[in-house]
Design a protein around this ligand. Sequence first.
Ligand SMILES: Nc1nc2c(c(=O)[nH]1)N[C@H]1C(S)=C(S)[C@@H](COP(=O)(O)OP(=O)(O)OC[C@H]3O[C@@H](n4cnc5c(=O)[nH]c(N)nc54)[C@H](O)[C@@H]3O)O[C@H]1N2
Ligand SMILES: Nc1nc2c(c(=O)[nH]1)N[C@H]1C(S)=C(S)[C@@H](COP(=O)(O)OP(=O)(O)OC[C@H]3O[C@@H](n4cnc5c(=O)[nH]c(N)nc54)[C@H](O)[C@@H]3O)O[C@H]1N2
Ligand code: SF4
Ligand SMILES: [Mo]
Length: 732
Amino acid sequence: MPRTALRICPLCEATCGLTLTVEGTTVTGARGDRDDVFSRGFICPKGAAFGQIDADPDRLRTPLVRRDGRLREATWEEAYDAIAAAVPGLLQEYGAPSVGVVLGNPNVHTMAGALYPPLLVKALGTRNLFTASTLDQMPKHVSSGLLFGDPLAIPVPDLDRTDFLLLLGANPVESNGSLCTAPDFPGRLKALRARGGTLVVVDPRRTRTAALADRHLAPRPGSDVFLLAGLAHTLLAEGLAAPGALEEHVEGIRELDAALARFTPEAVAPACDLTADEIRSLARDLAAAPTAAVYGRIGSCTVEHGTLASWLVDVLNILTGNLDRPGGALFPLSATDRAPRPAGPGKGFTLGRWHSRVSRHPEAKSELPIAALAEEIETPGEGRIRALIAIAANPVLSAPDGNRLDRALAGLDFMVSIDPYLNETSRHAHVVLPPPPPAQSAHFDFAFNAFAVRNQVRYSPPAVPLEEGGMDECEIHARLILAVLGLHGAPPGAVDERVIADTLTRAVADAHSPLHGTDPDEQALRLTGRSGPERRLDLMLRLGPYGLGLEDLLKAPHGIDLGPLRPRLGEVLRTRSGRIELLPEPVAAELPGLRAALADRPASLVLVGRRHLRSNNSWLHNVPALAGGSNRCTLHVHPQDAARLGLADGGRARITADGGSLEVPVEVTGAVRTGVVSLPHGWGHDRVGARLGVASAAPGANVNQLLDGTRLDRLSGTAVLNAFPVELTPLP
Ligand SMILES: Nc1nc2c(c(=O)[nH]1)N[C@H]1C(S)=C(S)[C@@H](COP(=O)(O)OP(=O)(O)OC[C@H]3O[C@@H](n4cnc5c(=O)[nH]c(N)nc54)[C@H](O)[C@@H]3O)O[C@H]1N2
Ligand SMILES: Nc1nc2c(c(=O)[nH]1)N[C@H]1C(S)=C(S)[C@@H](COP(=O)(O)OP(=O)(O)OC[C@H]3O[C@@H](n4cnc5c(=O)[nH]c(N)nc54)[C@H](O)[C@@H]3O)O[C@H]1N2
Ligand code: SF4
Ligand SMILES: [Mo]
């Protein structure tokens, strides 16, 4: 008899509640959980394919260990023996920098990825930490760090209550949203319009999101920073800036006014390829709306001035008085956030506390740019990376110049991958540790609850028992930490108990903690949960702002609604001044260069990416239900450009940029503006040694091979993945 089980979907940031149909231990179906307090039954094609994703026959079911140059199936014991034999020795001989860590996107979609990598990095003592953030949202962390003193304090548009949403460089109708966790984003945008609100979309492509908008502006890619500066300038010049209640929390408005003086609509319009009137009228509409939120994502982050654009997004929210007010952009308060503490000055946020060895890139949020990983492995000298631990990461496809990284990885002394697939990156590992499929894992959204448009909390225990011979991903991580510390063989639970003990020691001494002054041993005994990670979750909930515990979550399988977002700026601010620092020094230092860039002659053809509804970066191309149809790696070219360049729909073209060239199929479409072509990422599944039966049959081309890794958003170290110049030639 089939039964049902609830499981939060781990496939994108929307975190929809799914109702799985389970026969035996196999997931045979998935539909939206109508009783889920947050997603209320919404599901997309990826969630619906949960069963196929879970049961993909190419998933690894045992660890792999390299012997005589070949990866072979091995026992867990053999896998950890190999790690214990390699890593502690390298650390001893060459020091902490010799072991690098790469963390990929799915870490924010697993409990293991949230709970253990910080412990691993600490255990190794390495500063060679690279993550998908420098291919993604690092500009936002940096701008939040500078403005608010906390890189994790990211305001989220109040989607369900706002009167006006200005959305830049995001296509949530296909991505389902990012840094704005909102199941059924498309429905919420439609509801915004239905209640009389306004949606303005800024995107060089006519996306499905743009198609829903009242107004779609298609400026030149990479020009958001100028558009946003022109909007801020207009607000200030026309006396439309009205921070209202924020005023007492903000410093630097006058300095900002002076710094933006030259960014008049007339001055920025040519760079944006918009008219000054369009910019002025958008600023006036934004100011006139009763409430409004400005929101920028991938297309405004992964560009040359990503941090400045991300900063200006919140400058607009502040100048219009919309930050921290209902209907504007607010800071969520998740159940595992620290309980609020009184407002006051904090430690602030500092960039560049250390630098990468080879190119001297500044760290941001303790990370180095992932675009610099290959050179850190290849360049001889003290501090070279000799071993790498890659967790849920496929940088050979996700990061610039995969061919170079491919060669660099092949030259490592030792590499570990925690990954369910033998793919473009993990094929270089000496040890591959495969996590179980998602139905066998418990789930809690540590990251996304803190970016959600409504405060809520949900927990999914495993939907089916762990398969014989499998290992829970939390245990995989815990054992890895013990192995690199030379404690191979110690019980993995010791890692969790140590964290619990340390956390409690701090909590009982902390005057603002709900457990202040209690007995730590007694508190430890009170924790419930059948596993170390469950006990850690229980502790975090107890230390959190809502007075919840794991039991409460288990009693509410469809989740607990914690209400709409509420103003809480005071307790969020952690700058040294205790106020919003509107014109932080590192930003101010970039503005003269930005002004000069206004005079640059724009490239005649630039490339942007795109996401397909049925994709997920590099790793869902192996699922038959999601492959094919319109989910293909084609180059979108505007009809005018196609005619000018002699390209035909269905033909092939050679596309060339700094990093190399690719041959790609051409799709002529009015969905991109002139002067812009679009190629999706995550493709290029044609490397020998990977085990991706479905994906390799239609491999596509790796767009990131067009990049050589030198184009970065300077402040954050984020790779420029959008708006870089390309050349096209037709192929016969
Ligand atoms: N040109 C271009 N490049 C881009 C982007 C773009 O827009 N344009 N987007 C960038 C963005 S936003 C991101 S986040 C990065 C993503 O970059 P990555 O994180 O490197 O890539 P992913 O494809 O998300 O997959 C990472 C790996 O996780 C594995 N995996 C899947 N599920 C699990 C799991 O449960 N546990 C473990 N341990 N592993 C798992 C997959 O098999 C895969 O090998 O790509 C970036 N690259
Ligand atoms: N279906 C699907 N969903 C996903 C993913 C996926 O791969 N597939 N990946 C997940 C991940 S890791 C992330 S980070 C999120 C990302 O979620 P989103 O930020 O919504 O990402 P995209 O869909 O790539 O939308 C970026 C948009 O920016 C536009 N753009 C490019 N350059 C510029 C520019 O210079 N200015 C402006 N204004 N726009 C520009 C592109 O045309 C594109 O439409 O999606 C997540 N969800
Ligand atoms: S929108 Fe995202 S979370 Fe929801 S079902 Fe689709 S992939 Fe899963
Ligand atoms: Mo991402």
